[in-house]
Design a protein around this ligand. Structure first.
Ligand code: SLL
Length: 250
């Protein structure tokens, strides 16, 4: 999803920064014996539409607010969500297209971006009848990336600092985190372990270094072998040169 740029002199030239996120919906059929109070008798489902980070990563350091535009059958169809979690939960009876307008933090100096999501209430893949019977939740979501091309300096700083590091729970003390950070402190460091959707970690980096060291050993062995062969050939050359000289001298 490319973001149109303002021409600004303090842009970081030649740099593109990608930030991934997920948007979509989760819907669940209402339990007739346990319906939320005060809802219309026609409503059959409860649903949530959302914009969130991959693996629920905090994205509020670059995403300021999201405006969700619901179907006109809803009162106050336009819902502005000013802080995370960027989501709207409602009940209803029908599927429709939700418009989501993403507003970036003011430092970004970027225009808002619009996305559309088709709210899904009913199962559409797999064992459809079974899913209906079990009143299973219907999840419909998409991965997306926002591309900030040549971001302005202050926003570049924010993007590369990453989200504030969350407080570490009890027992986390002394864990193999790359370094200890205080709550709310920003960090550009990679996490210790991989997680789903994020293959970049201190552990993975260590493993990659081990693989590189092994490969270096192999290459060094090969170089030694080649050097020995070369020395052998130089000896033969020297011998031939000598013999040639002797022949000429005769
Ligand atoms: C449809 N074109 O007919 C769609 C429209 C509208 C969904 C779906 C209303 C909730 C309310 C609601 O569920 N609207 O009345 O508060 O399927």
């Amino acid at each position: 999803m490319p973001v149109p740029r303002f021409t600004k002199k303090e842009c970081v030239k030649g740099v593109q920064i990608y930030r991934p996120f997920v948007y979509g919906s989760i819907a669940k059929p209402l339990d007739p014996s346990n319906r939320p109070a005060g809802i219309s008798p026609e409503h059959t489902h409860q649903w949530t539409v959302f914009v969130r980070g991959v693996n629920d990563e905090d994205i509020s350091y670059w995403l300021k607010k999201v405006q969700f535009k619901l179907h006109e059958t809803y009162t106050n169809a336009s819902r502005m969500v000013e802080s995370a979690p960027f989501e709207v939960t409602e009940t209803g009876w029908g599927e429709f297209e939700v418009q989501m307008k993403l507003y970036f933090v003011p430092e970004a100096n970027e225009k808002a971006q619009t996305l559309w999501h088709a709210l899904k209430l009913h199962p559409y893949v797999g064992d459809i009848e079974g899913q209906k019977e079990r009143r299973e939740a219907i999840v419909s979501q998409n991965y997306e990336e926002v591309v900030f091309s040549e971001p302005v300096e202050p926003f570049y700083e924010i993007l590369t600092s990453g989200p504030p590091v969350p407080a570490r729970g009890k027992g986390a003390k002394g864990s193999k985190q790359a370094s200890v950070k205080k709550q709310g402190e920003r960090s550009a460091e990679i996490p210790f372990a991989n997680s789903e959707g994020n293959p970049f970690s201190v552990r993975e980096e260590g493993m990659e270094l081990d693989r590189l060291r092994e490969a270096m050993k192999t290459v060094e062995g090969m170089v030694k072998g080649e050097r020995a062969k070369l020395a052998e050939k130089e000896k033969v050359m020297e011998k031939l040169r000598k013999e040639g000289g002797e022949q000429l001298g005769k």
